[in-house]
Design a protein around this ligand. Structure first.
Ligand code: ZN
Length: 314
């Protein structure tokens, strides 16, 4: 019993020693980011002072992620955690608890005006018709706020302030890195608005599999129809798909877009039944690997806007 307590005490001392050592001297700030887009932002602001571990990496689906013991260990050793918030990382609370992480959590979307969705519950039965649609509907916030560059600027400011709080000695560096990055985001914002404005208004309508493009659509002027709702957790029902096929035919929606994180079969089916063309792959919830078309947050916008312009220009 006694020796067990001593061992526990020693282990605790070692853990605390490691944790405090990471703050001292030249050691880097150890950050954990919940997914690839926040990871890229933290790297831009943190530069050489920060070492980032990402839980959901490139091409990964953060809606349905299952953390491993390795993830818990990484978080246990971290100085700071960066998450999206808005209900995106439903698994995070459990991971925080199981890892014992007690450090600061920066919710990158703090200050964003959320898009509220009237989301239907999970219909898998065959009893529903359009009249019964809202009996288990619920209000949920659309978590994909990073898809507006105006929101991206808020993310960067929150990340900068979080890093300064945990590493005040780096303030000047974080402020300079953030200022440079915010300029690049502002420039990209101008480019995106100009590119979308060139598309014929009647062609600015697309289909995606899950509803991850709401902030983009609302910021830049696009209509998006998505069979799966704002999470990838629930599958579209046969009725949802039939309804969308009718809508595409009636409204002559020109293009269907695949996603890097989702199965393409549903959209292949919709495209073949309606004659809408497959407009390529859009990146919503995850970046591509470094050698892919969207390895950074800003590359993601360039790629997505290029794919939209190619498919929707007349
Ligand atoms: Zn999503």
């Amino acid at each position: 019993m006694t020796s067990g307590l001593i061992r526990f005490g020693l282990a605790l001392a070692v853990v605390l020693g490691v944790a405090s050592g990471s703050q001292a001297g030249d050691a880097k700030v150890k950050a954990v980011a919940s997914f690839s887009i926040v990871d890229d932002m933290v790297k831009n602001v943190g530069g050489d002072r920060v070492e980032v571990i990402t839980l959901v990496g490139p091409d990964g689906d953060a809606h349905v992620f299952s953390p491993t013991p390795t993830d818990a260990k990484a978080l246990a050793q971290a100085d700071i955690l960066f998450v999206n918030g808005l209900g995106f990382e439903g698994w995070m609370q459990r991971l925080e608890t199981s890892s014992g992480f007690k450090g600061p959590v920066v919710v990158a979307s703090t200050g964003v005006k959320p898009i509220e969705m009237h989301e239907e519950g999970h219909h898998h039965g065959d009893e529903d018709d359009d009249k019964g649609e809202d009996h288990d509907a619920e209000e949920v916030s659309d978590p994909h706020a990073w898809q507006s560059l105006a929101n991206g600027k808020l993310y960067v400011a929150n990340i900068r302030d979080g890093l300064i709080a945990v590493d005040p000695a780096g303030r000047a560096i974080y402020e300079a890195n953030a200022a440079k990055y915010l300029d690049a985001i502002a420039k990209e914002e101008t480019d995106v608005k100009a590119a979308i404005a060139k598309l014929p208004p009647e062609r600015r309508r697309i289909i995606t599999s899950h509803d991850a493009f709401g902030y983009f659509a609302s910021a830049y002027g696009l209509e998006v129809i998505a069979p799966e709702g704002v999470s990838t957790e629930s599958e579209a029902s046969a009725q949802d798909v039939a309804k969308i096929i009718r809508q595409i035919r009636a409204e002559k929606i020109p293009a269907v877009f695949l996603e890097n994180i989702s199965d393409r079969r549903l959209l292949d089916q919709i495209a073949s039944e309606t004659g809408a063309k497959i407009g390529g792959t859009l990146y919503f919830d995850a970046l591509s690997p470094p050698d892919g078309p969207a390895p950074t947050y800003l590359d993601m916008f360039r790629h997505n806007v290029g794919a939209l312009a190619a498919a929707l220009s007349s």
